[in-house]
Design a protein around this ligand. Structure first.
Ligand code: FAD
Ligand code: DLZ
Ligand code: SF4
Length: 509
């Protein structure tokens, strides 16, 4: 039999990967490669690069133990061709293979490169998801609006998760209403399970330290799971120690508590160490045993079989041009404080600070702090997208770009969000303790001391009046603005413009 190459990418570290299950262990050769092109298409956080390289090396080891012939290229190997396609061609010459099996990559950029490689490639479906592209397309077909909630209900029916016959458990599909509590004063958080680097991980850390010194983010301490067994332990730990409070405090933000009751499993799900169904089944089991309330279990499962599957569907439905959309025509440069420069805004300083140290921020920090500011200030969504793609350990374009470009920046014109996620400082104050330690005052609406979110909120609504004033979900906001007396409106807009001018001048704001 003719040898084929089986390409396994850094986010395809799953035993059941279609390229592996459809290959012949006795004849085909697995190719895995740490390459500059993948490590460099954005300035990834060093923790993310280390996670991927370490997990790749361990996965390659597991495949070898299982009897595969694995040709693994380390980043500093002298022969390294520097790109995935380059490595495929090199390994083809080495083995005599003339065909490649690969599971569909999670990014159009790489799909295109592989499709156009000067070697025959077979791109197989990525069946590590609950919904296939075809199922999502069928669901989307003919719908006026692609709202996540209805797709989610179909995924509940398909998986049987939290279902009692054809009815949702507890007779309600969605418990989101119960999941918006501010953090409790007596917060006790166990935090995620971390793992001490072993010799193999330590070697990767030394490599990443030497090669990616200039990238934003702290490499050490490094505690991510790098094997499936460790990722399963981390999941078990979350279910036992945090899940019960996940629902109630899902939107809360606290200084000194980067993770609160969140799972921190997205990096493991997205590189393939965990599968979505097994994660949800572990959560469902905890609910069935009476260990966690329904709002926690439902809220969590919705994030995975609802949001995660839905954003993937949108990414592949909308095509390669999606991440570059910019319907609001925002064009301001991303401020330096997104890369750690000084800012007086305590909420931003905290969200960016923990992003730097942990390569992690939870959903509300991403959406309602850094995302909210970027949208209100009119930052170029392309720059915002590159930032999110770079700085989080869980960031891959299929999941990151719909969240950033669509949900957070409304740059897709409302495919994902029925209205823009914007808020004044009041929301951040209600959900966090950030405002107490801020140089600005959240209760002040105009002047030098005013919280910038308060100023920019009205500036955003005013400058996009034509687009949003007829949106039924935004009528109240415009009515409130219109009821303010004209002089006050003018002051707010002038103060917002002065703030933006300072931002543009590179002053510390
Ligand atoms: P939890 O809060 O514990 O949630 C459990 C799981 O649900 C997550 O692990 C994740 O797999 C899934 N999930 C939750 N919300 C979403 C969502 N909106 N979309 C997809 N999956 C979701 N998530 C990524 O996995 N990668 C990204 O690059 C990414 N970029 C984002 C960018 C922006 C601007 C925003 C607003 C959100 C982004 N998200 C992204 C979604 C969400 O913020 C993360 O999935 C979540 O913070 C991961 O942390 P966790 O595992 O502790 O999640
Ligand atoms: C993100 C990433 C990085 C940093 N490095 C590699 C790599 O060296 N080799 C590899 O196979 N994959 C890497 N990845 C993941 C790919 O970029 C990812 O497969 C595509 O972006 C598609 O999701
Ligand atoms: Fe953020 Fe405004 Fe609160 Fe300061 S006052 S932490 S800028 S919301």
């Amino acid at each position: 039999m003719v040898t084929r190459l089986v390409l396994v990418l850094g986010d395809q570290l799953s035993e059941g990967l279609s390229a592996l299950t459809q290959a012949d262990k006795n004849a085909d050769v697995v190719v895995m490669a740490e390459v500059d092109e993948e490590a460099g298409y954005v300035g990834h956080h060093p923790k993310k690069i280390a996670l991927i390289f370490a997990a790749m090396r361990k996965f390659a080891g597991a495949l070898r133990e299982a009897g595969w012939d694995v040709r693994y290229t380390q980043l500093d190997d002298t022969e390294n061709a520097g790109s995935i396609v380059g490595e495929l061609l090199r390994r083809a010459a080495e083995t005599g293979a003339s065909e490649v099996l690969v599971t569909e990559p999670g990014e159009w950029r790489l799909i295109e490169k592989i499709k156009h490689a000067p070697i025959k490639t077979h791109i197989l479906q990525d069946d590590r998801f609950i919904a296939s592209h075809k199922e999502f397309e069928d669901w989307a077909e003919g719908r006026k609006a692609l709202r996540m909630e209805y797709f989610y209900r179909d995924m509940r029916r398909k998986t049987g998760l939290l279902m009692e016959g054809d009815k949702p458990a507890g007779d309600k599909w969605n418990y989101d209403h119960d999941n918006r509590k501010a953090a409790p004063d007596d917060v006790t958080v166990e935090g995620p399970l971390w793992f001490e680097p072993d010799d193999e991980v330590a070697e990767v850390l030394a490599l990443v330290e030497a090669r990616f010194e200039g990238h934003f983010g702290d490499l050490r301490p490094f505690g991510f799971a790098t094997t499936r067994a460790q990722a399963l332990e981390a999941l078990e730990h979350f279910v036992a120690h945090a899940l019960a409070r996940f629902g109630d405090y899902q939107d809360a933000m606290l200084e000194g508590h980067s993770f609160l009751y969140h799972a921190v499993v997205s990096p493991y799900l997205n590189i393939g160490l965990l599968g979505p169904l097994e994660v949800c089944q572990a959560v469902e089991k905890a609910w069935e045993k009476g260990c966690v309330p329904i709002n926690a279990a439902e809220g969590f499962i919705r994030q995975i079989i609802g949001w995660r599957e839905y954003v993937r569907g949108i990414y592949f439905l909308e095509g390669p041009a999606y991440p570059a959309r910019n319907v609001l025509k925002h064009n301001r440069a991303l401020p330096a404080f997104y890369w750690g420069a000084e800012t007086r805004m305590n909420c931003i300083a905290h969200a960016v600070g923990q992003t730097k140290t942990q390569a992690y921020a939870h959903h509300i920090q991403r959406l309602m702090v850094t995302g909210n500011f970027a949208l209100l200030a009119g930052i170029d969504p392309g720059e915002v997208h590159e930032w999110y793609l770079a700085v989080y350990a869980d960031a891959f374009e299929w999941v990151e770009s719909p969240n950033t470009v669509g949900m957070s920046q409304f740059a897709d014109g409302g495919i994902i969000a029925s209205k823009p996620y914007v808020s004044s400082g009041a929301y951040i104050n209600r959900m966090s303790d950030y405002c107490k330690g801020c140089a600005y005052k959240v209760s002040v609406k105009t002047g030098e001391e005013a919280c910038p979110f308060n100023l920019l909120y009205w500036h955003f609504l005013d400058r996009h009046r034509e687009r949003f004033s007829n949106n039924a979900r935004m009528g109240n906001m415009y009515r409130t603005w219109d009821r303010m007396d004209a002089a006050r409106r003018e002051t707010v807009l002038a103060d917002a413009a002065a703030f933006l001018a300072k931002l543009d001048a590179g002053e510390v704001v």
